[in-house]
Design a protein around this ligand. Structure first.
Ligand code: ZN
Length: 124
């Protein structure tokens, strides 16, 4: 398997930076939504229930966003220290096609498949 070409590194750095910026501006909007719904908390109980649902939904999205932000930040750190594209489990290079489909991945397809099989058996 061939190592990542410097131009691939540039490609992934740009892609990940762009994704990170998008997520950060999205996260900012989510915070604004939360602040706004807080202002309406004095409404009647039914409205409050609806807002509570919306709030939970927003928080769930935020969870996912911050999870992804962490992953992207970690991937960018790997680009900087030169370990990007290396499987964290077995140390092999991750296939370029896999990285293009999922740049934040930390594992090669073989390790990932094994983990997923294990998770299924373990009942996760
Ligand atoms: Zn691996």
């Amino acid at each position: 398997m061939e190592a990542l070409h410097p131009k691939d590194i540039v490609f992934f750095r740009e892609l990940l930076t762009q994704q990170l910026n998008e997520l950060l501006s999205m996260a900012e909007r989510t915070v604004n939504t939360l602040v706004q719904s807080g202002e309406w908390a004095a409404a009647d109980p039914l409205d409050q229930a609806v807002m509570e649902n919306e709030r939970n939904y927003t928080l769930r999205i935020r969870d996912r966003e911050s999870h992804l932000i962490k992953k992207i930040t970690a991937a960018l750190a790997k680009i900087e220290d030169g370990s990007f594209g290396i499987c964290e489990s077995c140390g092999d290079e991750i296939a370029l096609a896999r990285l293009k489909a999922r740049p934040v991945t930390s594992y090669c397809i073989r390790c990932k498949t094994q983990m997923e099989a294990f998770e299924k058996v373990a009942g996760f």
